[in-house]
Write a protein that binds this ligand. Structure first.
Ligand code: PLP
Length: 372
């Protein structure tokens, strides 16, 4: 059966991306694979397994339920839940045996009241979201965690706001604030795992590596700087495919799609591909994308609808019913990256893959060999 829209994920690429990222790290520095948001749309469990096979020592998620899903799948690696947790979510995270993030003494008490667990204290060095801005408070939270029965002070962390902008000096400022806090803390508690870097910081500055890096986007072969992943030796793991379901001639003056946003100026052919915004192909790509058919770029013309897009296949038509169509990925040497779509959409590659809904089935393979 031909599937109308399919996201194919190469687990071997994820594994190799992790190996490649680990080459940036000094001996003894661990890699934590961030698999939140269903592995940035790639599938959390298969991505986690591939990352672990590539040498990741930790996994991170944002939500308690995401930790539980990893455990339900039988994954036993250390898991860090990085996000804010409601009391109910804290129950779930601790029951999953995940480490949690604290920046408030009451939260440490809540961990203790639930029978204990491992906490990582977060200093907000400039991201302005979670964590405390007050280094003294962060130290107090750490001391309370270290001194509370059943609670283990497992780590100290921060998160960078501008690591993906190589010209921005703010990373250095955040790093300096973090170092000033974490240095004395580590002296008092040498066992803690100190971590700060996301993918961009991992690739940009070895000073940010500490004991562990938390890499998300790059393990999927997406470039954290929004550039061509190949330039950094990253392999995109995901391709988004569909097929040509109909080809028809279009005479000058005839139009295609809602709102008649494409009107043929000369005789041409329109190829209809049954994938649309209901499959994560955003409507803002109307008259603003290419799709690969037979290894060539065909312009997406007319309005992206919920279930279909239309391509200008020219005359004679460069597409026939049954041809494969690639919206993200490679075909006969031609490539369309998530970064290209992100540029067209004025967003980031993260949002392109996270935006693929459950309607699009995921199929897994290792360099072309199907993985059940
Ligand atoms: C706290 C934290 N650490 C690490 C990451 C991973 O970032 P990236 O995907 O840019 O590597 C994220 C993702 O947003 C995050 O929120």
């Amino acid at each position: 059966m031909t599937v109308r829209a399919l996201a194919r994920v190469n687990l071997a690429a994820i594994e190799r991306n992790v190996v490649r990222l680990r080459r940036e790290l000094a001996d003894g520095v661990a890699l934590c694979a961030v698999v939140k948001a269903d592995g940035y749309g790639h599938g959390a469990v298969p991505s986690a397994r591939a990352a672990l096979a590539g040498g990741a020592g930790w996994l991170a998620v944002a939500a308690a339920e995401e930790a539980r899903a990893l455990r339900d799948a039988g994954i036993e690696a250390p898991v860090l839940v990085m996000g804010a947790l409601s009391p109910g979510e804290l129950d779930v995270a601790l029951a999953a045996g995940a480490d949690v993030v604290a920046w408030d003494e009451r939260f440490v008490d809540a961990v203790a009241a639930r029978g204990g667990g491992a906490v990582h204290v977060k200093l907000d060095t400039g991201m302005g979201r979670l964590g405390t801005r007050d280094a003294g408070c962060a130290t107090r939270v750490a001391e309370v965690a270290a001194g509370t029965d059943g609670v283990r002070l497992a780590g100290a962390m921060t998160h960078f706001a501008t690591a993906d902008d190589r010209d921005d000096p703010f990373l250095a400022e955040q790093l300096a604030r973090f170092r000033a806090w974490v240095g004395p803390l580590r002296e008092a508690h040498p066992q803690i795992v100190v971590h700060a870097a996301n993918s961009a910081a991992t690739l940009r500055d070895a000073e940010a590596h500490f004991d562990l890096v938390r890499t998300g986007v790059a393990i999927y072969g997406l470039d954290p700087f929004g550039e061509d992943p190949a330039a950094r030796d990253l392999e995109p793991a995901l391709e988004l495919r569909s097929w040509v379901a109909a080809v028809k001639a279009l005479a000058p003056g005839e139009s295609v799609g809602y709102g008649r946003r494409f009107v043929a100026r000369e005789p041409t052919h329109v190829a209809t591909v049954p994938i649309g915004y209901g499959d994560g192909v955003r409507r803002a790509l109307t008259n603003n994308a290419d799709v690969l058919v037979r290894g060539a770029r065909l312009p997406l013309v007319g309005t992206v609808s919920m279930d279909n897009v239309t391509l200008d296949a020219g005359t004679p038509p460069a597409a026939a019913t049954g041809d494969g169509a690639v919206l993200i990925g490679e075909q006969d040497g031609e490539r369309i990256t998530a970064e290209e779509l992100a540029r067209r959409l004025q967003t980031i590659n993260y949002e392109v893959t996270c935006g693929l809904p459950v309607r699009v089935p995921r199929a897994y393979h290792r360099d072309g060999e199907d993985v059940p």
